[in-house]
Ligand binder design. Structure first.
Ligand SMILES: [Mg+2]
Length: 312
């Protein structure tokens, strides 16, 4: 019998006061937190584009990632995750087992972050697995982080370390939700973005939105050990630093922060959030990116990263 993915998922979610009309009706009715704004984001993962199911990529891992990438976007807005809905196209072959694995992955992460599931849709077809999750968060009015607020003089701060996520981290995404909420309460953040497509490309997007440029201080960029491993693979012609600058799916936070707060965040970040924060450059007047090397020279930097390709 075909698994009703959404019904099975919802049956395992406890009743939640945020849902005035729970799932099971034509639509759910949300009770938004008083005096807060709703923040909405959606993300779709497609087998063979975003993942390939196999021993190293289980349905549970896909379910985790499908919710995690949404939570990462909410974190980048300093929003508290509240509610999610899920839509899936299950392959007919092994659809039941795949659906159960997805549920396990979604549910574990949802419980961890206090997210309740409000509904969704299940389809089965002869194509590959596709899953789309929409997440809704909340933030106090005027307090959402945006991409367009970076100002010349701000320092750029990144969480964690970058590069090489494709080795295995790209599925085990840790959305920086708690970090974002803690920082939003204690530091002045002018602009934010989560690193989904590569540090240099996402930085370029934030600078373009802000109408500013940036100088990256290359020696200070935190390079993930996976970037070092990846650069050492046979046939890989990029350095660990190049991986850190251009590999996608780090899902770290990149913040533009006034200098005093930035230095304080770098000094105290690990203690107060459990995750290190590093100053990696500064925002400057004018457009474009440049890079300062260890010997003090500054060269222009071409943003590189992952972009979905399609015919024009
Ligand atoms: Mg994003």
């Amino acid at each position: 019998m075909e698994l009703d993915f959404v019904a099975a998922l919802l049956a395992r979610i406890p009743a939640d006061p945020r849902l005035e009309v729970p799932p099971g009706d034509d639509a759910a009715v949300l009770r938004p937190p008083a005096e807060r704004r709703s923040v909405v984001t959606t993300d779709m993962l497609m087998e063979s584009v975003d993942f390939v199911l196999g021993p190293d990529c289980t349905p549970r891992m896909v379910g985790h990632k499908a919710l995690a990438v949404n939570l990462s976007d909410l974190a980048a807005m300093a929003a508290r995750p509240e509610v999610a809905v899920a839509a899936v196209a299950l392959p007919r072959a092994h659809g039941d087992a795949i659906g159960r694995g997805l549920i396990d992955g979604i549910l574990a992460l949802a419980l961890e972050h206090g997210v309740t599931l409000a509904g969704g849709d299940t389809n089965a077809w002869d194509g590959p697995l596709v899953i789309s999750i929409t997440a809704i968060g909340s933030v106090a009015p005027g307090r959402a982080w945006r991409r367009d607020g970076a100002q010349p003089g701000d320092l750029l701060v990144v969480s964690g370390a970058c590069g090489g996520s494709l080795l295995d981290r790209h599925l085990a995404v840790t959305p920086r939700v708690r970090e974002a909420l803690t920082i939003a309460n204690r530091f002045d953040v002018h602009a934010a973005i989560d690193l989904s497509d590569g540090l240099s490309l996402d930085l370029a997007r934030m600078m373009q939105a802000s109408g500013s440029g940036a100088v990256l201080d290359l020696p200070s960029i935190p390079i993930h050990p996976d970037a070092v491993r990846m650069a050492a693979l046979p046939g890989d012609d990029r350095s660990p630093l190049e991986h850190a600058l251009s590999d996608g799916e780090d899902f770290e936070l990149l913040l533009a922060v006034p200098p005093d707060d930035a230095r304080r965040l770098a000094a105290e970040g690990t203690e107060i959030t459990g995750t290190p924060f590093t100053v990696i450059g500064e925002v400057v007047a004018g457009g474009g990116l440049s890079a300062r090397t260890a010997d003090g020279r500054t060269t222009s930097l071409t943003p590189r990263g992952y972009e979905h390709a399609f015919d024009q």
